[in-house]
Design a protein around this ligand. Structure first.
Ligand SMILES: NC(=O)c1ccc[n+]([C@@H]2O[C@H](COP(=O)([O-])OP(=O)(O)OC[C@H]3O[C@@H](n4cnc5c(N)ncnc54)[C@H](O)[C@@H]3O)[C@@H](O)[C@H]2O)c1
Length: 382
């Protein structure tokens, strides 16, 4: 068995999830991590043998097969480019970059090198989202005419909530759309096989100013400080986004995306209407799929080897009644990405840099649509 040597850049919230779950594959050794902040402490806590402050030094010295990029969005480009230039495969967190231009250059570089270049749109890897995709592919719903839903969180509800995501330079021109709308749009397109071709968006910022703590705060932190420990900063990105969509297969729909809806810690909903049946998946009941039938009502299907589509079976790791969630989706996605290093010809489900580029185009067009308050076409080739 080949054992892959992996390095993880950025070990805040999601980098640790990467380390824990890539280890579950059994054929991956996390040999190093790189972080500008507390690299030594994290390496010790997670039993990673080597640590670096500079990702370049890690790539130069550790003879890596794969780099996982788990840093703020504006750093993805230089890290991914450095890895590809040095012959290292890449799994990059979403959104791919902060601009279409950068994403395009990375796609070209990935193609030129022939290396694996994946984006971690992990929602594709829940058993029930994969099952949905297979049901639609088999025509069980009939033609799909509507694709709607939402992705809501609440961790930025208060004006004292702060993250690098509020800084346009680090996060890009859109926040809610790039951070979580991109997940929903990628999932909607993956499940239905229809691409978003036109958008009409309306953004809302509920806090025009926020209080930024005068020290580093990790994502989703609930730490509070006294008034003198904050600096008042203007916010130019959206807290809420309402978007109408037109899809390539003729479906229409809408999405509501928010980081300020109290009680919705992480809630994704995807509702698909077809001429025969409807499907609804809600991440709060991640192992369940609702199949809507006009004459029989709603059938609630639980994830299990006997209840999913045969082609979904590789994504079901445990029997009926054994919940599989967020971290399992990461493991399943990583499994495919690593398999593709030495077996390029198989068809995989993971998002590639090209899918990441398409999401960057969507982010920009949605931002443009909200600014200009009109429908905007989404170019499919850039
Ligand atoms: N797939 C998902 O569900 C998911 C969830 C959360 C975050 N993300 C994505 O993961 C990325 C990181 O988000 P997070 O929530 O973990 O942020 P975070 O702030 O918790 O962690 C980021 C880490 O990167 C480090 N860092 C920053 N610049 C660096 C550099 N140049 N070199 C090395 N380390 C550097 C920071 O010190 C920090 O430890 C973002 O792109 C985000 O969109 C994806």
């Amino acid at each position: 068995m080949r054992v892959y040597r992996t390095g993880v850049v950025g070990t805040g919230f999601i980098g640790k999830v990467h380390i824990e779950n890539v280890r579950r594959l059994g054929n991956v050794e996390v040999v190093a991590l790189a972080d500008k902040f507390q690299a030594a402490e994290t390496a010790e806590a997670m039993n990673v043998p080597h640590y670096f402050e500079d990702f370049r030094e890690m790539i130069d010295t550790m003879d890596l097969d794969m780099v996982h990029i788990c840093t703020p969005n504006n750093t993805h480009f230089e890290i991914a480019m450095y890895a590809l230039e040095h012959g290292v495969n890449v799994i990059c967190e979403k959104p791919m970059t902060t601009s279409i231009g950068e994403a395009k250059i990375l796609c070209e570089k990935a193609e030129e090198t022939g290396l694996v270049a994946a984006i971690n749109f992990h929602n594709r890897f829940y058993p029930m989202t994969n099952h949905m995709m297979n049901m639609i592919k088999d025509g069980e719903l009939g033609d799909v005419f509507s694709i709607s839903g939402s992705y809501c969180q609440d961790w930025l509800l208060y004006d004292t909530d702060y993250s690098w995501r509020l800084n346009t330079e680090e996060s890009g021109d859109t926040r809610v759309i790039a951070d979580i709308g991109s997940h929903w749009m990628d999932l909607a397109e993956f499940v239905t096989g229809q691409k978003i071709v036109e958008v009409c968006a309306d953004f809302q910022t509920i806090h025009e100013f926020r209080k930024k703590p005068n020290k580093t705060v990790l994502a989703f932190s609930t730490e509070t400080f006294s008034e003198e420990d904050y600096t008042k900063i203007p916010v130019s990105t959206e807290d809420n986004a309402s978007v109408m969509f037109r899809f390539s297969g003729g479906a229409k729909g809408s999405g509501f995306f928010s980081q300020v809806i109290a009680g919705k810690s992480v809630a994704i909903d995807l509702l698909i209407g077809g001429y025969k049946k409807s499907l609804e998946w809600d991440s709060m009941a991640v192992n369940e799929l609702q199949i809507g039938m006009r004459d029989k009502g709603i059938l609630h299907v639980e994830k299990g080897p006997a209840t999913v589509h045969p082609e979904t079976l590789p994504f079901v790791a445990y029997p009926l009644g054994h919940a599989e969630g967020f971290v399992d989706a990461f493991k399943q996605g990583f499994r495919e990405v690593y398999e593709s290093i030495d077996n390029k010809d198989k068809k995989y489900h993971y998002a590639t840099f090209w899918d990441g580029l398409h999401e960057m185009v969507l982010c920009e067009k949605i931002w443009e649509s909200s600014k200009e308050q009109k429908w905007v076409k989404v170019p499919q080739e850039v």
